[in-house]
Design a protein around this ligand. Structure first.
Ligand SMILES: Nc1ncnc2c1ncn2[C@@H]1O[C@H](COP(=O)(O)OP(=O)(O)OP(=O)(O)O)[C@@H](O)[C@H]1O
Ligand SMILES: [Mg+2]
Length: 271
């Protein structure tokens, strides 16, 4: 029987840098097999949230639970490589490939930690998703286009066969056609059973493909709801997808609309 509980759940997260707290009790959750978007103004703490979720910065409060099929792990205090070993992948926003290494070498770096498969098998699986990377396997990553680099970063995170991918602005700085290609790729990856948490500036596109969306503001949950509903919620449109984002960024609008984590029964199934 399929486990109906969320595959990933974080509750009351507090984290920050030196003596500054950036996250003030953020809660997010990813339904099993689902896609979740996190949006919010610049500086609202989206990248900090992903860093805390993957273990790059320590938690000062709250906890993070990962539930691959049939198991539950409290990963709150685990370093990133242990989270990877359990099935959590991370695609950082910037500096996500090694420019002087070839495409294939970059991929091989991501190939550790999956018992029972050879590097060659893992490369084959990833090349099947990204035929363009197969063609360019001997090319240095630094010579790839922005979109190709993003594909490479995505492909590398897929090498250990994760169950969940955390992505920080996968479409940042890319031309509209390339953005389309990245989102199509993400949908394919999700249809293959990998759960996704996507932080995006490209909020419309990201919410449209998400079962659930969260809006962060000043390190706190502000709104949440099914992705397409948020996309049409006048308050969200007005504040984050339209012209009044400044007010929200300045904290002039108090939050009262954060409702819940995604209940499994509301999960919109596309399969
Ligand atoms: N390494 C760091 N040291 C100190 N402060 C930091 C560090 N990284 C981020 N911050 C601060 O934390 C706050 C949240 O930044 P964060 O990068 O998480 O925002 P974001 O929502 O990802 O923004 P953007 O949309 O611009 O990517 C900002 O005020 C930022 O200045
Ligand atoms: Mg960011």
């Amino acid at each position: 029987m399929t486990d109906a509980r969320p595959i990933f759940e974080a509750e009351g997260l507090q984290a920050g840098y030196s003596d500054v707290n950036i996250l003030h009790g953020v809660s997010v959750s990813v339904p099993r097999g689902g896609t979740v978007s996190v949006i919010g103004p610049n500086g609202s703490g989206k990248t900090t949230l992903l860093r805390a979720l993957f273990g790059f910065i320590p938690l000062r409060g709250g906890r993070v639970v990962f539930r691959p099929e049939g198991a539950e792990h409290d990963v709150s205090d685990l370093p990133p490589h242990r989270r990877t070993a359990l099935g959590i992948g991370f695609v950082p926003q910037l500096d996500n490939v090694f420019p002087s290494m070839t495409v294939r070498e970059n991929l091989e770096l991501g190939a550790f930690l999956e018992p029972g498969r050879t590097v060659a098998e893992r490369l084959e699986r990833v090349y099947a998703w990204f035929p363009l990377l197969a063609e360019r396997r001997r090319q240095r990553a630094g010579t790839l286009s922005g979109g190709e680099r993003q594909m490479l970063a995505l492909a590398r995170a897929l090498m250990p066969n994760p169950k969940l991918l955390l992505l920080d602005e996968p479409s940042a700085g890319l031309a509209p056609m390339v953005v389309d290609a990245i989102f199509e790729q993400l949908e394919e990856i999700n249809h293959a059973g990998i759960s996704l948490m996507i932080v995006e500036q490209n909020a419309r596109r990201s919410l449209a493909m998400s079962d659930w969306g969260y809006v962060l503001e000043l390190g706190r949950n502000r709104f949440s709801g099914p992705g397409p509903d948020l996309l049409h919620d006048p308050k969200v449109v007005d504040l984050y997808l339209g012209g009044r984002g400044r007010l929200a960024a300045a904290g002039e609008l108090a939050g009262e609309d954060y409702e819940a984590t995604p209940p499994a029964e509301r999960l919109r199934r596309r399969r």
